[in-house]
Design a protein around this ligand. Structure first.
Ligand code: EPZ
Length: 430
């Protein structure tokens, strides 16, 4: 088993290059299923989730050629096979192949995606979009089957919630359906805009991405395309938080400041200095952060994927902060672990009340999910003493070369291999 051992106390300084966005690359990979042409992606981060998505596509017949930071995908040989349960259960984003499979082959048979640590995360909005486009749905023995033997039809779809995944699945399906499909109350994330740009290059006409109303003029055949994935705004926000909590001075390269307006505003509100240029952001901080309140919202609101990292930062704030998580119903798994490091946090329903303390102390802690793990890294960088994080597989799903990047900024992070903990023997268990 691998752990991250962090010796806290170093002020981060220097330059770090942000990788391509995991949450833009994943739908882009799925979109390759829509065509028999070749889709070439670059700026692709090397992450475990990307590996999983590529294996999933290969399992339904897609040829995937991998290069440094790039993928070449060809789905000419793909067919309507059942997606493998073991792959789908590994990653919720696997469900993003449902829309392309349904549009291309008239059938998608998917294991119900497992719930995960941050909430039940249903797929009802994805399914509502598919049925609005004429698909027949059935559920049996843990599998969802969507069929459209006569093909999908264009539709006017209203999403009850601006779900990122449901918006992406509906956009991809509509791109391969002749006629104009309208998505109302669509998600507005930059990753949606990136997918719209790719689908447009492939021959669909997509307008309105980034707003709540997206119109997709689909066609019955899409072409291959070349596409560069946008930078990862959540990875960027994580390093910005790390710079602030260590009272450092860090310049991030390969970022889109416009994707981080809520995060930049919040950092300035809590007292960090943030300078945003064309494709660089500089974050520096001297004193303790001021206490601020945060409410996570769909984009362009404050991103839920940075809630945990900001909670770590606010654990050292001067005063009482309140973080309200409105997107997921159970995204406070990091609270117990931060408490073990000396944070003073009380959960009250969807709100967490954080009473700032003077210091955090290093401790052995457990990464329960991707962004909770990132929060523990951020906390460990500023804690007194050593923090050892287990279950760092969660972190490796979303952060490329995390220890290499942090150490290049002056941190002390070591990836260790430790023997799997032996099960406690009966004698000690009693
Ligand atoms: C995407 O997940 C991201 N993942 C998540 O990032 C991110 O936290 C989330 O969007 C919100 O921004 C990828 O892009 C691969 P949603 P997704 O559908 O699409 C409810 C990370 O850390 N909902 O917008 O699954 C759902 O339960 C990950 O990189 C329904 O009720 O998010 C949740 O409460 C974590 N029915 C809310 O909507 C549905 O059919 C937001 O979910 C779909 C969603």
């Amino acid at each position: 088993m691998e752990t991250l051992l962090i010796q806290g106390g170093a002020k981060l300084s220097g330059r770090v290059v942000v990788s391509g966005a995991k949450n833009a690359a994943l739908p882009a990979i799925a979109a390759a299923l829509l065509t028999g042409g070749t889709v070439n992606l670059s700026g692709v981060p090397s992450l475990d989730d990307i590996v999983t998505m590529c294996e999933l596509l290969e399992s339904v017949g897609v040829t995937v050629n991998r290069g440094p930071g790039c993928l070449s995908l060809n789905a000419r040989g793909a067919s309507a096979r059942e997606a493998s349960y073991s792959l789908v259960r590994r990653m919720r984003a696997s469900f993003l192949i449902a829309g392309p499979m349904l549009a291309r082959f008239g059938i998608a048979r998917m294991p119900m995606p497992g719930g995960c640590a941050i909430g039940s995360r249903p797929i009802d909005l994805h399914l509502k979009a598919f049925s609005a486009m004429g698909a027949e749905l059935s559920v049996e023995s843990g599998y969802i089957e969507a069929t459209a033997p006569k093909g999908l039809k264009s539709a006017h779809i209203y999403l009850d919630y601006p779900s990122v995944g449901a918006t992406e699945n509906a956009m991809m399906a509509a791109a391969l359906v002749k006629g104009s499909t309208v998505l109302e109350n669509a998600a507005r994330e930059p990753e949606i805009v990136d997918l719209a740009n790719l689908l447009t290059k492939m021959g669909a006409k997509v307008v309105g991405a980034g707003t709540g109303v997206i119109r997709i003029q689909g066609t019955d055949e899409l072409e291959g395309a070349n596409h560069v994935v946008i930078p990862d705004r959540i990875e960027a926000g994580t390093y910005m938080t790390a710079a602030a909590i260590t009272k450092g001075d860090v310049i991030l390269e390969n970022v889109v400041p416009e994707h981080l307006t809520a995060v930049i505003a919040k950092l300035r509100e809590l007292g960090a200095a943030v300078e945003a240029e064309e494709s660089e952001i500089r974050v520096s901080s001297e004193g303790k952060p001021k206490a601020v309140d945060i409410k996570t919202m769909p984009y362009p609101g404050f991103p839920t994927d940075l809630q945990a990292q900001f909670m770590a930062l606010l654990s050292l704030a001067d005063g009482m902060s309140i973080i309200t998580e409105t997107v997921f119903e159970n995204r406070f798994m990091h609270v117990d672990e931060l408490t073990r490091m000396g944070a003073k946090i009380r959960i009250d329903g969807r709100a967490a009340v954080i009473e700032g303390v003077d210091d955090l102390s290093g401790a052995p802690v457990n990464a329960t999910d991707l962004r909770a793990g990132a929060a523990l890294v951020v906390a460990g960088l500023a804690a007194n003493g050593d923090t050892e994080i287990v279950n760092i597989g969660h972190i490796d799903r979303g952060y490329e070369h995390i220890e290499r990047k942090l150490n290049s900024l002056g941190a002390n992070v070591v990836r260790r291999s430790v023997p799997k903990e032996r099960k406690a023997s009966a004698a000690t268990a009693s």
